[in-house]
Design a protein around this ligand. Structure first.
Ligand code: UN1
Length: 513
């Protein structure tokens, strides 16, 4: 594989270090203030991006709504061809884009590449799906009648994404929305704006090469006020938002107020149940990657280990031992397992959570703390911590976006562990480590995990795109990505067609004239 330096990667992606926010490729209609993007890796300014004003937003929406009229008329498999070309471009640009993700967001380079791979995968999935947007035929109770269901493009899809997956979550939405015939307006996180410009540049090139309107993919930049322009806009029938439960509560209520649809993918508080028969060879890497991968900033990150008392000491020692092997540092250096948190605010939240856990009676097993000195100048590097805690602690009930892992014991049957696992307000991801078939099946049954994702003998994070992704309760209930998640990007229409000469009414109603 070719190796690019960071400057070269930024240049290839059209986001070469800039100071005035004007040379950001196809980032149109932005005349607002500048957002500065500093890398948590080295604290350096990567570039500046102009935010979207209300007037800019109107231009974006005009472009998007006009593009929808063209795009919805294009046969779905031809739209699939556009997504195929986009996926191929991503294959070509996997290295520079993965690098930018790693540099702007701070996740390890392996995970940066993994994120771009997730984009490629969803494109492949969407291409196949573009020939399978099938409706059903339904038997009619009336003679000479037939019923049918059709799926039509829904319109402009508003996407709000978080800093932690600055490119993949957008593509889960867009790849499906595009084959469905929708156009997209994306408000990326103001903490990773250059990633959004890079993605926009890539798709803009594909659209241009195919003589398609640029409004098929639009971006708007800025803080929550820019997001509000979309959530209150009746021209946007669907808002897909990923982020905190606090944000989702506001977005969901605002969109519901105007009878829009929302797809919410919010906080998680994911646990792994470790039973007496669990295989430590699987438990240790599963739990450790889950807890420290992306520095604990995935919505699927493992936050709690619920361990059977009979194996508690053995499992605790193995996990604590594994933490001793972890290297923290520049995520672009593949020797390091863990990069920085996104910013110093996140560092403060992490420190406060550790203090809170201690104040509530938690026992620190692996000490946290902020790293300083050479290589840690950005002030965003922290040590992953392990704390023995009770599920009922207030802090344990909350999602802290940082590498803090809470350990707790259960005794007796697996039902007790399931009750603890379900005993939080969030419902995204969950896992059980067991070699007992009955325990695994109980965990997966209606009386088992209440999460949208429930795994056996793998951790809580790192879902493949083929399955529907999302969760219940405060996680928001939305499903993105695979399975039949595409249906939310379309509007369903039920048709009844009469091919007889009579007009019999349904339910046997007589109406004689
Ligand atoms: C997220 O953290 O918002 O399952 C998405 C995972 C990744 C996606 C995480 N495929 O961990």
């Amino acid at each position: 594989a070719q190796q690019f330096g960071m400057t070269e990667a930024l240049e290839i992606l059209g986001v070469k270090a800039i100071n005035d926010g004007t040379s950001t490729g196809s980032h149109h209609f932005s005349n607002g203030d500048l957002i500065e993007s500093y890398s948590p890796v080295d604290g350096q300014l990567i570039g500046k991006v102009r935010t979207t004003t209300a007037a800019d937003y109107e231009k974006v929406m005009e472009t998007a709504t006009a593009a929808f009229l063209t795009f919805r008329a294009m046969p779905a498999p031809q739209r699939g061809e556009i997504v195929r070309q986009f996926g191929n471009k991503l294959r070509e640009l996997k290295e520079p884009l993965g690098k930018l993700v790693s540099y702007e967001m701070g996740k390890s380079l392996q995970e940066g590449y993994g994120e771009v791979q997730e984009m490629i995968d969803i494109c492949d999935f969407a291409v196949g799906l573009s020939r399978q947007l099938n409706g059903q035929t339904i038997p009619s109770e009336r003679p000479g009648h037939v019923m049918r269901e059709q799926w039509h493009p829904i319109g402009v899809v508003g996407i709000i994404s978080a800093f932690n997956f600055p490119v993949a979550v957008w593509s889960w939405n867009t790849a499906l929305a595009w084959i469905c015939g929708d156009v997209c307006v994306w408000k990326a996180s103001e903490k990773a704006p250059l990633c959004s410009i890079a993605c926009q540049n890539i798709i803009a090139g594909v659209l241009k090469a195919n003589n398609l309107p640029e409004g098929i993919s639009c971006i708007i930049n800025g803080d929550y006020k820019v997001g509000e322009m979309m959530t209150t806009d009746t021209r946007i029938p669907l808002i897909s938002a990923t982020g905190s439960t606090r944000m989702g509560r506001i977005v969901g209520a605002t969109v519901a107020q105007r009878f829009g649809k929302s797809l919410l993918e919010l906080g998680g508080n994911n646990a792994i149940i470790i039973t007496p028969s669990a295989d430590l060879k699987v438990v240790v890497p599963g739990a450790v990657f889950g807890a420290v991968g992306t520095a604990g900033q995935r919505c699927t990150s493992t936050r709690r280990l619920i361990i059977h008392e009979s194996v508690y000491d053995k499992v605790r020692d193995a996990i604590v031992g594994a933490y001793g092997q972890l290297t923290i540092g520049n995520p672009l250096d593949q020797k390091n397992h863990i990069g920085p948190l996104i910013d110093t605010d996140a560092v403060n939240t992490y420190l406060a959570a550790i203090e809170k856990a201690k104040a509530e009676g938690g026992k620190v097993l692996v000490e946290g703390g902020v790293l300083s000195g050479a290589g840690y100048e950005s002030g965003c590097y922290v040590k992953p911590a392990i704390i023995e805690a009770e599920n009922s602690f207030e802090i344990v009930q909350h999602e802290t976006f940082a590498p803090i892992l809470y350990l707790m014991k259960y005794s007796g049957e697996v039902e007790h562990a399931i009750a603890l696992q379900n005993g939080v307000a969030q419902g995204l991801s969950s896992a059980i480590m067991t070699n007992e078939m009955k325990e695994a099946e109980k965990f997966l049954s209606f009386a088992g995990s209440d999460c949208g994702i429930a795994n056996v003998n793998i951790g809580t994070s790192g879902a493949e795109i083929g399955g529907a992704f999302g969760g219940e309760k405060e996680t928001g209930g939305g499903r993105e990505s695979g399975s039949d998640a595409w249906k939310v990007y379309m509007r369903r229409q039920t048709n009844t067609i009469n091919y007889s000469d009579q007009l019999p009414l349904a339910q046997g109603i007589k109406f004689d004239l």
